[in-house]
Design a protein around this ligand. Structure first.
Ligand code: 5GP
Ligand code: ZN
Length: 119
């Protein structure tokens, strides 16, 4: 599995930095965002280092599909209410102008009762 020694999300996925784990399998790790913008706010990441959505190719299709398929299931498990009254937001910032701060691909999943801190 590719990792970067100076990447905080690679370290979180390997358990070298602490996090509140939401989910883990052999390819994927999910954990609470340290600065939640909504009552439920967690991140789904691939364990392998992929810098952003600008770095994915056809070889990542199954992995990305699995990450997205986990989002609704984990959102409910973390306390989001069911669709349509509840629901959740999925967001992936990409690059500087896309608002990306951590250069390891991550899917934000946000939900829970309004108002949220942002959006
Ligand atoms: P971005 O702006 O790159 O889309 O989002 C990065 C997210 O990672 C931010 O929401 C930020 O709060 C979160 N984050 C940054 N460093 C850490 C950390 O060390 N632990 C956790 N749990 N979240 C982090
Ligand atoms: Zn990484």
């Amino acid at each position: 599995m590719s990792t970067l020694d100076n990447c905080i999300f690679c370290k979180i996925a390997r358990g070298l930095l602490p996090s509140r784990k939401v989910y883990e399998d052999d390819e994927i790790f999910a954990f609470d965002d340290i600065h939640p913008l909504a009552p439920v706010h967690f991140l789904i990441i691939p364990k392998m280092h992929i810098a952003s959505m600008a770095h994915v190719g056809p070889e990542h299709g199954a992995l990305l599909g699995r990450m997205l398929l986990l989002a609704p299931q984990l959102a409910l498990a973390q306390g989001c209410r069911p669709y349509p009254e509840g629901g959740f937001r999925i967001l992936t910032n990409t690059g500087a102008e896309g608002g990306q701060e951590v250069a390891h691909l991550h899917v934000h999943v946000m939900g829970g009762p309004r108002p949220w801190l942002k959006g």
